[in-house]
Design a protein around this ligand. Structure first.
Ligand code: ZN
Length: 671
């Protein structure tokens, strides 16, 4: 028995340490926080019951040793974490009779700033709490960190560097991590960006900084809240907090947490919990610490709730690149009020790693409350990959091919297996290509939906992108089609004609070069002055794309390989003749249009937004490359809510449309 317990503790410790290393050094955790926390709790309980623990146990050490090439620095006052809880009762009893600060627990990377004589002297990551990495070279790329402050004494603050969820969703389109995979969440991307060796790249990533503690400075003040309130005068935007009355009921605590949560969601701030800590500094110090955490605070962690269900089937869907992606179909479960029954299984390796097959009991969550994800298989064993993987494409019946890509992770080689259909004429694959081409970010042809495209392709009218611009040949037949009439044909044809006026970025996205999405096409547009010709010329002259920010070897090769294909080159040239590509020279306002988060969005204004008139603010919106809507609908991306807002606000809340104050709107617009 003792032997068993010892082995179990050892195995859990090793596994948790592997996850911690992925989290802190690889920027790509392979399990969700919920799974990590479950294992952590199991280990902590086991250690307590058996009295056995490893010296490197995650319950006794913080973070993980930093392994990058960045210079290291010691923290004279250790930056430890806080004990965690998921129970409001525990939080309430922790508070007792004391006044507490209830604060957002920002989901990013902790960074400590040291100011000497009014100047920023050093920025460092937390690392393992005692030793962090120097990232001073990156702070100019992070907004919210003043270089100079009007306070001459030594000041040390710690805070969080993070990426707003809205920005993350735009960035993740094209950025990939060290193993070539998309970033799974904003925290990893923020951590990766702050720890980059190249300061210029960090700037592109829209990383923000908010301090949450004054570690040194203002010694005359006795409350944490008093010290924090000094920071805005110095140019910081402090992490949102509230101060409690002494002693709280569970209901009051829940309300407080709820309000902070709402604030974070309204302001597009990523959090993974709430922190409670004693406001009185003298009392806080008297609480002491362990090697792992300070005892004057408690973190209330939100978790991705795990739901048990049964895997019914694995569906295989060919994508436009030919990759056949697996999707889990499971018995529906309710998560956050939504019924969920499907989740991506990413690739063959994911299925293999989890030993998934129909009939298994699985745990699913909605990661970051958005993306359904299969977290664990409760019935592992007796698994054979060959039984689950189809040897023929489910769409065209051609034999499938297994592709293996290799990457280095933790110094070890990692192989990722994906399934492909190589048939260029595979129908689902072709349909997806046309859907992408007509999509909002590409040619933006409204009304050319997947269902419509399917009909047109089925009738043999569309073989190439060019055929779309000659659909009027089939006008007479189209207006006879079910669901189509003179009017809807005219609307569609107008949209097709309208899309002839397009931009470098849209054209490039429409061409569907693997991994060239919003961000990459914007970078290329800037680099080649909005000229497709200049870009193509560079390709023919073996341009090295890896010199561009966030362009790795894979992206570089993708571009060259794409142009190497005769058929692609033919479409590239012929289609351009049919379009009018607006050439933007740098500095003519194009830059500001492409660099704000509102491009392509629909924004509705309600109430009064000083100093603008209604048509003035609408013109402002248009100048940002966005559409000014008149009423709130499910297609509205943002509601800017000025003074005396009317029913539009209620409607926006009901539909879950993001609401911005005029200040937030102007700040995001870069003013
Ligand atoms: Zn196929």
């Amino acid at each position: 028995m003792a032997q068993n317990a010892w082995e179990k503790v050892q195995a859990l410790t090793a596994q948790l340490n592997r996850y911690r290393d992925e989290y802190y050094n690889g920027n790509a955790p392979s399990v969700s926080d919920a799974v990590y926390d479950r294992m952590y709790d199991e280990l902590a309980l086991l250690e307590m019951e058996t009295g056995i623990w490893m010296t490197d146990s995650p319950t006794r050490t913080v973070g993980f040793e930093a392994v990058s090439e960045l210079e290291k620095t010691n923290h004279p006052i250790p930056l430890l974490s806080l004990e965690k809880t998921k129970s409001v009762e525990e939080l309430v009893s922790f508070v007792g009779e004391h006044q507490i600060l209830l604060m957002l627990k920002l989901d990013g990377l902790t960074v400590k700033l040291t100011y000497e004589d009014g100047k920023l002297a050093q920025a460092a990551t937390r690392g393992d709490g005692d030793t962090g990495e120097v990232v001073t070279h990156n702070v100019r790329g992070i907004s919210g960190i003043p270089q100079n402050i009007p306070y001459r004494e030594r000041l040390v603050v710690s805070g969080e560097a993070f990426i707003r969820p809205g920005d993350f969703h735009r960035l993740r389109e094209t950025l990939t991590d060290s193993s070539g995979e998309r970033y799974k969440n904003g925290r990893n991307l923020a951590a990766g960006s702050v720890r980059l060796l190249d300061g210029a790249v960090c700037r592109e990533r829209k990383v923000m900084y908010m301090p949450f503690t004054v570690v040194e400075g203002f010694p005359e003040l006795g409350l944490k809240s008093e010290k924090l309130r000094k920071l805005p005068e110095l140019g910081f935007q402090v992490c949102k907090f509230v101060i409690s009355r002494r002693s709280l009921t569970c209901q009051e605590m829940e309300d407080g947490i709820g309000k902070l949560r709402q604030f974070a969601s309204d302001n597009d701030i990523p959090i993974d919990g709430i922190v409670a800590s004693y406001n009185d500094i003298a009392f806080s110090l008297s609480c002491g610490r362990t090697g792992h955490h300070y005892k004057d605070g408690l973190a209330f962690k939100f978790e991705d709730e795990l739901h048990e269900t049964k895997l019914l089937a694995v569906e295989w869907n060919p994508s436009r690149s030919g990759e056949i992606s697996p999707v889990a179909v499971f018995q529906p479960v309710q998560i956050d009020g939504c019924e969920v029954s499907r989740a991506s299984l990413h690739n063959m390796s994911f299925i293999e790693g989890m030993e998934l097959k129909p009939g298994c009991r699985i745990l699913v969550s909605k990661r970051n409350m958005i993306i359904p994800h299969v977290e664990e298989n409760l019935d592992r064993g007796d698994f054979s990959l060959a039984e689950v993987i189809p040897d023929k494409c489910p769409c065209c019946g051609e034999p499938t091919r297994v592709h293996e890509s290799r990457s280095i992770e933790d110094g070890k080689e990692k192989i990722t297996k994906t399934l492909f259909c190589d048939n260029q004429n595979c129908e689902t694959r072709r349909l997806r290509q046309f859907v992408h081409f007509a999509g909002q970010k590409a040619m933006n042809i409204e009304g050319l939906s997947e269902a419509t495209l399917e009909k047109f392709i089925g009738r043999g009218w569309i073989h190439t992108y060019m055929d779309i611009y000659e659909l009027d040949r089939h006008r007479n037949e189209i207006i006879q089609m079910e669901g189509f009439g003179e009017k809807s044909w005219q609307r569609l044809w107008d949209a097709i004609q309208g899309s002839r006026n397009t931009t470098f970025e849209r054209y490039l996205i429409a061409m569907d070069i693997p991994m060239v999405g919003n961000t990459a096409s914007r970078t290329l547009c800037r680099q080649f002055h909005g000229s497709l010709e200049e870009f193509e010329d560079a390709v023919h002259h073996q341009y090295d794309f890896t010199q561009l920010p966030d362009f790795g070897d894979t992206l570089h090769n993708n571009i060259h390989e794409w142009f190497y294909d005769e058929e692609n080159l033919y479409v590239w040239e012929v289609l351009q003749q049919m379009l009018n590509i607006e050439i933007n020279s740098p500095g003519d306002g194009m830059v500001s249009v492409s660099e704000n988060p509102f491009v392509g969005m629909t924004i509705v204004v309600t109430g009064k937004v000083e100093p603008y008139t209604r048509s003035g603010i609408n013109a402002k919106i248009e100048s940002l490359g966005a559409r000014a809507g008149s009423s709130v609908s499910s297609k509205t991306d943002y509601l800017v809510c000025g003074e005396k807002a009317g029913s539009k606000l209620a409607k926006a809340r009901e539909l879950g449309v993001k609401v911005l104050t005029p200040e937030q709107f102007f700040r995001m617009a870069g003013e």
